[in-house]
Write a protein that binds this ligand. Structure first.
Ligand code: DSN
Length: 416
């Protein structure tokens, strides 16, 4: 007897998944932290591996029946180590934030001094921002960007580091459109005796493809999600030198987590396999080329871009000169088939829930095979909508035009 399908068991959820699938096909998705995982990655994620408990690590588990799970996790570890050229990889972290928490747990006691990039300058909540547990439990000192050029202010980083002697110095960002200078951070960390941690969540796919410099050899510990530019499942990982292996593994399990999500682990192995191909190398470089092409179109339409442009996968646009808030613009763009998120810009006079900017990224559109010509179309559509967010006819027309564009570029993993 064949077992009932999802649509037979739960038509409501099946229908919502179907609608979301259609939406992901129909829309130009420009959220820089999102992507389209391949069908192979999705298959591994949703497999019977999620039926298993396997607390511990390969060869040293607290449960029996790990014959294949051990092989899966060992493969994920060896492929990630090879892809990034590191001594050790822990692939059990549930996502990026837990990966970061594990690093704090491994090396800090509550009240210890830590340092990271401030959220409004483009950092991440878990790099010590006040509302995060990392800002609440540790004495977090935050560096930012210069007002003049909106680049990381290394004079400030060095000054704060000398003054506060942090145990951990975090680098990496979620809304910073420029390359991260790991060598400069490493020099400062060395001087003050801090462990440099590079959070490469946004750019791990670019690093794997050689489209962004790697922190390996400069940062002692590297954390990442696996679902952004790397195009894997929603998960997290920590990469490190051998000397940190024991402390990191102990902090992830039993320190912070219970059983790993084995379907995710398998899908990380698949993503690492995909990311080791020449096609992925081309993909990583194409993401950056597309971001530059989109930035050029927006600049030609008189947009103000934070730092004046981009060197990675993302663009941060300050809409002040367009006389529209980020939130109003993002909502109008969403109706027009262009999905992005509203975002604070450095020194934003507006509140985070209705800030001055929007954040855009090209990982997902590049996964569909779109290139410079499509970036020009998308950039001009964006400009039209941002300049006329209340023009319903324009918005409807744009949504139709972009749906036609999307039909020509089927996305990985999307089966209509
Ligand atoms: N929430 C992610 C992003 O959108 O950048 C970072 O964790």
């Amino acid at each position: 007897m064949s077992e009932a399908t999802l649509s037979q068991v739960d038509p409501e959820i099946a229908s919502l998944i179907k609608k979301e699938t259609q939406l992901q096909h129909d829309r130009v998705r420009l959220i820089p932290s999102e992507n389209y995982a391949s069908r192979a990655v999705l298959e591994a994620t949703g497999s019977v591996l999620s039926n298993k408990y396997s607390e511990g690590y390969p060869g040293k588990r607290y449960y029996e029946g790990q014959q294949y799970i051990d092989e899966v996790e060992s493969l994920a570890i060896s492929r990630i180590k090879k892809l990034f050229g590191v001594d050790h990889a822990n692939v059990q972290c549930y996502s990026g934030s837990p990966a970061n928490f594990a690093v704090y747990f491994a090396y800090c006691k509550p009240g210890d001094s830590v340092m990271g990039m401030a959220l409004p300058s483009g950092g991440h909540l878990t790099h010590g921002w006040g509302v995060s547990v990392t800002g609440a439990f540790f004495k977090a000192h935050q560096y930012g960007v210069r007002k003049s050029d909106q680049r990381i202010d290394f004079d400030e980083v060095a000054k704060l580091a000398r003054e506060h002697k942090p145990k951990l110095l975090w680098c990496g960002a979620t809304a910073y459109p420029r390359l991260i200078d790991y060598a400069k951070f490493a020099e400062i960390a060395r001087e003050v005796g801090a462990i440099l941690v590079a959070d490469i969540a946004h750019i791990s796919g670019l690093i794997a493809a050689g489209a962004h410099p790697s922190p390996v050899g400069k940062a002692e510990i590297i954390t990442s999600t696996t679902h952004k530019t790397l195009r894997g499942p929603r998960g997290g990982m920590i990469l490190c030198d051998d000397k940190h292996k024991a402390a990191i593994d102990k902090a992830v399990f039993p320190g912070l987590q219970g059983g790993p999500h084995n379907g995710t682990t398998a899908a990380i192995a698949v993503a690492a396999h995909e990311a080791s191909t020449d096609a992925f190398k081309k993909y990583g470089h194409a993401i950056v080329q597309n971001a530059k092409a989109l930035a050029e179109t927006l600049l030609s339409r008189d947009f103000t871009l934070v730092t004046g442009g981009t060197e990675n996968h993302l663009i941060l646009a300050d809409l002040t000169n367009k006389n529209v808030s980020g939130k109003i613009a993002a909502k109008a763009l969403d109706r027009a088939g262009l999905v992005c998120n509203y975002n604070s810009v450095p020194f934003d006079p507006r509140k985070p829930f209705d800030p001055s900017g929007i954040r855009l990224g090209t990982p997902a559109v590049t996964s569909r095979g779109m290139g410079a010509a499509e970036m020009k179309v998308i950039g001009n559509c964006m400009a039209d909508v941002v300049e006329h967010p209340g023009d319903d006819a324009l918005i409807e027309r744009t949504a139709g035009q972009l749906r036609e564009l999307c039909d020509k570029f089927p996305a990985p993993g999307i089966q209509l």
